[in-house]
Design a protein around this ligand. Sequence first.
Ligand SMILES: [Zn+2]
Length: 187
Amino acid sequence: MDKMMADCPVCKIRGSLEVKTKTEEIPYFGEIMESTIKCVECGFKHSDIICLEVKEPVRYVLKINKNKLKVRVVKSQSATINIPELGLKVEPGPQSQGYVSNVEGVLERFEKAVKTALSWAEEEESKKNAEKILEDMEKVKNGNKTVTLIIEDPFGHSLIEDEKAMKEKLSEDDIRNLKTGFINIDQ
Ligand SMILES: [Zn+2]
């Protein structure tokens, strides 16, 4: 792990930004560089992964339950991640981050987002819906439910590292329908 200090782009304080990078070799996938930046002054934080190789657009599909919680997941900034059974989907945007985690970590990220949505929800129906999703996620973690985890990445920089994970190449149509996290301007 390499560490250096830089100037913070948010609060502009010199030398307050801690930049950590770590390079990791993942079998059959290649080398990735994980970077995390954090400002010790204002708390600004961002993480991303950079894949050092050019890849094909890809989709990974894996049935997940209690037995798959430790499966490694690499999610790049450009990836769309979704669990159709729970109606959960995260598309890339300017705020999206890349990370290396596992299935449990992915569920925790979703859980946090649903809890935030629940705390903001005003309508009874939205509250019930959010509570149902949280219950279902609990069931997945307890071994009482199996759902599908899908990661689609137009740049192929994401991965579900499990022998049961189905890997397929994205079609041209698939790619057109995906958001990339970059701002597109129509000419
Ligand atoms: Zn700062």
